[in-house]
Design a binder for this molecule. Structure first.
Ligand SMILES: Nc1ncnc2c1ncn2[C@@H]1O[C@H](COP(=O)(O)OP(=O)(O)OP(=O)(O)O)[C@@H](O)[C@H]1O
Ligand SMILES: [Mg+2]
Length: 651
């Protein structure tokens, strides 16, 4: 085969494929240009019909491009932002590669109008597939306005990789949201039109600080009171922004944002370090919200890793990870402790120093003491037996999906994730009214922590809670350490399984339904699983395009966890539409069990600890939590003897 030199147009089209893969990339690049041009006002407009994005326009009041430079700006590798290679290490602007405008112009029709001063004189340039169609003087306001239409008209293959309209719109909105969060002092407007009718508008005024933006963009009920301010320096890295504590958690990472300067950055190190720092306070696959702005002196990262410039590489990854971990760990735990302190009305005492027994826990009931049971002389040894085959249990479950549900799952595998801002929960019903009918029916399904055990082995002694996470107890002269969350989770898991195995699941009708807001795609997914949810005791209906109502719930959910648990259950449905049905049930039930359980970090009274341990004992406990983690460590006399070298020295 003969070797030929590629034409400029083809080279550009290939290069464009790296930078512009979907309409959202156009929005990203053009917003970044406007930010670099020091605009204080940016308006992003998107037009679509019922199927596809038709046109994108970005207007700014920044420096504008000089009329003599307009055509140059649309050529490949033309930039005003760097002059030599070294500059990219100290780059302050978002762009520097000089390829965004040329890439966009090579695969679309572009109309750009620019003016560099307030005289009202401007220039208009029209290009199609990089070819100049028109260049003329026009009246214009200071700044730059660019309209992009017919995207991918000459690279039709690319359109095949695009998601459905909703998916592309979500991706565009995410770009806008990210840049709103990344910048300060810019009035950003985002307007969407369907066939020329305005259908939505988002405005972030220039005066909004990061916290105002978070509250206005993510209208989650549980944000209030659970947002923690971050302002700390470690190893020369300055961290500023916000995190959520363990009470405001998400089902995915879509609300974890990191910024260096005005750049939105992604690096696995951010996510991994956050996971590590929250490992003890959040169950697996639950994520905090994070809005972290990172700054430092000198050159510590390389931003030239990928054409989209959102990936970065740290020169010293472990240094950064240690710094970030220590900051997050300290801040989050300080928040948890101070919250507990105020909730428990402990004005001066150091929460850490109080013993577990002296603390009033939110679980304890006044006057509740451990009821003395006749001592069981022949107490059976504490066996961690009855290991259950989870997959069998789940797949044999009566609430299996029907074949057409399966079909629906298959069809949904390419559907798009939920819009970040649509992820809000708004349970409008006042809980006291909503659950009043539950109160009288809880007796049979009360939390094990509050339920005195029926049998108490004489030689059981609960000793203490350690690190608000583990329960230490002695049984038959053997020492046991139990992970409180995992153990409680296992008990709840079994309890739910037993309830669901009943012929008729006990349900409670809510006087006032609970309402949950999700994106249109997600409410569709939820309603598609109406039958499945019904078998779990949850009766769900479509209230409006973006709101579902829940009118019946299973009785086994404790009242105080109801609202959040149902919210999580809906998230599991949204996340798991593509999973095999057995996985779906196992995951759903495991999540519910997890949510109903005491967490690491919750202090327990001695009575609650005893109730928990006895409940494990009564039920013939299992070795692992429903997520597969072990939850008990036994240290027997033999192990102690070995450790203390008593096997050889018998005195
Ligand atoms: N909105 C704008 N206002 C003023 N000047 C602009 C604007 N957009 C682009 N420019 C000018 O056009 C040049 C080319 O823009 P382009 O986006 O192609 O490259 P870049 O921003 O320099 O680098 P990158 O490819 O990394 O984005 C910029 O360097 C800048 O001088
Ligand atoms: Mg650019």
């Amino acid at each position: 085969m003969k070797i030929k030199k590629l034409s400029k147009v083809i080279i550009n089209q290939i290069a464009a494929g790296e930078v512009i893969t979907r309409p959202a990339c156009v929005v990203r690049e053009l917003m970044q240009n406007a930010i670099d041009a020091e605009a204080t006002q940016i308006t992003v407009e998107v037009w679509h019909d019922d199927e596809t994005i038709l046109k994108i326009r970005i207007r700014d009041n920044g420096s504008g491009i000089d009329k003599d430079q307009m055509e140059l700006a649309f050529l490949k590798h033309t930039t005003s932002k760097i002059a030599q290679f070294e500059d990219i290490f100290s780059i302050k602007t978002l762009g520097f590669r000089g390829e965004a405008l040329s890439s966009i112009a090579s695969i679309s029709e572009v109309t750009a109008i620019s003016s560099t001063n307030k005289s009202g004189a401007g220039i208009k340039l029209v290009l199609r597939g990089s070819d100049k169609i028109k260049s003329e003087a026009v009246p214009a306001q200071q700044g730059f306005m660019i309209t992009v239409s017919d995207l991918f008209f000459n690279t039709p293959v690319r359109t095949k990789f695009l998601k459905k309209l909703t998916g592309e719109k979500i991706a565009i909105k995410e770009e806008v949201v990210k840049h709103i969060l990344a910048t300060d002092g810019i009035d950003i407007n985002y307007i969407v039109y369907n066939n020329d009718h305005e259908i939505s508008r988002l405005n972030a005024p220039a005066i909004y600080g990061l916290q105002d933006k978070i509250f206005s963009l993510f209208k989650r009920q549980d944000l209030a009171g659970n947002l923690i301010k971050v302002s700390a320096t470690a190893q020369g890295y300055h961290f500023n922004g916000y995190l959520t504590n363990q009470r405001c958690r998400m089902a995915n990472r879509k609300t974890q944002f990191f910024f260096i300067g005005k750049r939105v950055v992604e690096s696995p190190i951010f996510y991994k370090t956050l996971d590590r720092a929250y490992a003890h306070i959040l169950p697996s696959r639950r994520y905090p919200m994070a809005f972290i702005r990172l700054s430092f002196e000198g050159q510590r990262v390389d931003v030239n890793v990928h054409p989209t410039k959102k990936e970065i590489r740290f020169q010293n990854t472990s240094d950064f990870s240690t710094a970030f971990y220590s900051v997050v760990h300290q801040i989050v735990f300080k928040n948890i402790l101070s919250k507990q302190k105020s909730e428990l009305h402990l004005p001066d005492a150091n929460v850490e120093e109080l013993s577990a027994t002296s603390r009033k826990s939110k679980f304890s009931k006044p006057g509740q003491v451990f009821s003395e049971q006749p001592s069981a002389e022949n107490t059976p040894p504490f066996q961690w037996a009855h290991l259950e085959n989870e997959s069998t249990t789940a797949s044999n479950h009566p609430a299996d999906l029907k074949a057409n549900d399966k079909e629906h799952i298959a069809n949904n595998t390419t559907s798009t994730p939920a819009a970040t801002s649509n992820h809000a929960v708004s349970a409008a019903a006042p809980m006291s009214a909503a659950v009043s009918s539950i109160e009288n029916s809880q007796a049979s399904s009360g939390d094990v922590l509050r339920t005195p055990a029926k049998v108490r082995p004489a030689n059981l002694r609960v000793v203490a809670q350690v690190a608000k996470c583990y329960i230490v107890f002695i049984l038959n002269e053997e020492l046991y350490i139990v992970d409180q969350h995992a153990a409680h989770e296992r008990i709840n898991y079994n309890k739910i399984m037993t309830e669901l195995d009943k012929k008729k699941l006990d349900r409670v009708a809510l006087i006032v339904p609970l309402f949950y807001e999700r994106s249109v795609t997600d409410t569709d997914k939820i309603i598609a699983h109406k039958q499945t949810l019904d078998k779990l005791g949850v009766s769900v209906d479509l209230f409006s395009k973006t709101v579902v109502s829940v009118s019946e719930v299973p009785q086994f959910i404790p009242e105080h966890k109801l609202e959040i648990l149902i919210s999580e259950l809906l998230d599991v449905v949204i996340e798991h539409v593509a999973l095999e049905r057995s996985d779906f049930y196992r995951e759903t039930i495991a999540r519910m069990a997890c949510r109903m359980s005491v967490m690491a970090g919750d202090s327990l009274t001695l009575v609650e600890m005893e109730n928990l341990i006895l409940s494990l004992y009564e039920r013939g406990a299992l070795l692992t939590c429903p997520h597969g983690r072990p939850f008990v460590k036994k240290i027997d006399a033999g192990e102690l003897a070995k450790f203390f070298d008593r096997t050889r020295h018998l005195t």
